[in-house]
Design a protein around this ligand. Structure first.
Ligand code: FES
Length: 363
């Protein structure tokens, strides 16, 4: 056994809780001392010396017993309320059916109310119990030294040095160098795999395939997409998914270019909708949500709200598809429209701003 190890066994270092050998060593709490040790640490002075019975740390009763009695009644009342609410929850669950929308509404209301009252009453009861029934005491727990004992530090250093010698790493440079050479490619491999993410998008996300005069097709998944005339909209209200003619089967192009058109009644469209880009109260917007790029595919006719189902971003279709709710921060871009010589809806140009999530603009 080494000298240092022998010194460690003999217990020559400072005892737990005593001052460290180095007065400047940092002191910090490490874990929680066992209950018996913690009580001794806290109660030594009060006990009046070594080996004596440790004095009581926490008084058994609060200072004002009359006040505590009143608090006891309040707490008991709250617990009774919690008990009644809990019984109400069970009764509601058993006796209120959920076979109709109205009954389900009543059931949810009753269950939620009972549960909330029960939890609130319990929480209030416990709070009052702790603050007004239990004695108020302040306890300080001494910190233990962070720094290891000198003999432990020396023992560790010796073990480390012996291990390094035994590994032969320092004595055999050939092994050391070939090990380093073997490690470097393995460390670089994950960086090389980044190439699988594909080429950088460059400016390709700034534009879509929409061009001036390109017909707007009513999208049909079976490939039978058809051009649209303004007169095809018999009544205002519905939302239609549209795609650029010639690209109806090109899903790479449609990922950016898919749009929606909505027919409004006269006078419903308002700023910041660009009226020059509408035809006969028909307006077209990008269908790609400006939050994270999901299709903004839901439309509520009565409120004119376009809803993205992914994170509930909501856009006001009558007012330039501006954001009125949700995480999106940008309006859906409006597609400039006009009609061609045959009377079909066509694009007047590409979108005037990038479609989709805002980070696409940073190409
Ligand atoms: S992608 Fe539309 S709200 Fe998130």
């Amino acid at each position: 056994m080494s000298d240092s190890a022998a010194g460690h066994d003999a217990g020559t270092g400072p005892a737990n809780g005593a001052a460290p050998e180095d007065e400047n060593a940092p002191r910090r709490v490490i874990g929680t001392p066992p209950p018996a040790e913690a009580r001794i640490l806290l109660g030594t002075e009060a006990a009046g010396g070594d080996g004596g019975e440790v004095a009581r740390e926490i008084p058994a009763d609060p200072a004002d017993l009359a006040h505590a009695k009143r608090a006891e009644r309040v707490v008991a009342t709250l617990f009774v309320v919690a008990m009644l609410a809990g019984i109400g929850f069970i009764v509601s669950y058993v006796f209120i059916g959920v076979h109709s929308v109205t009954n389900t509404l009543h059931s949810n209301l009753a269950l939620g109310s009972c549960m909330a009252i029960a939890f609130l009453a319990m929480a209030a009861g416990f709070t009052i119990w702790v603050r007004h029934l239990m004695p108020a005491v302040e306890i300080t727990e001494e910190r233990k030294p962070l720094r290891s004992k000198e003999e432990d530090r020396e023992a560790f250093e010796q073990t480390f040095t012996e291990g390094a010698d035994a590994s032969q790493l320092l004595k055999r440079p050939l092994l050391r160098r070939t090990l380093i050479a073997a490690t470097v490619p393995v460390a670089v491999a994950p960086i090389v795999l980044l190439r699988d993410l594909g080429p950088l998008p460059g400016t390709s996300l700034d534009h879509t395939v929409w061009r001036k005069g390109m017909r707007i097709l009513n999208y049909a998944p079976d490939g039978a997409s058809t051009p649209i005339r303004p007169g095809d909209f018999a009544t205002p209200g519905s939302m239609t998914t549209v795609v650029p003619a010639g690209y109806q089967n090109n899903f790479d192009a449609l990922a950016k270019a898919t749009a929606i058109i909505i027919k409004f009644a006269p006078g419903q469209l308002q700023a910041p909708t660009v009226m020059n880009w509408t035809v006969d109260n028909i307006v077209a917007y990008s269908k790609i949500c400006t939050h994270l790029g999901c299709p903004a595919a839901l439309y509520e006719q009565t409120t004119h709200h376009i809803l993205c189902p992914c994170h509930q971003s909501t856009f006001d279709a009558a007012r330039g598809a501006r954001v009125i709710f949700g995480p999106a921060t940008r309006a859906l871009p409006q597609l400039p429209m006009t009609v061609d010589a045959q009377g079909y809806l066509v694009a007047a140009s590409d979108f005037h701003e990038p479609v989709g999530p805002s980070f696409w603009e940073r190409s």
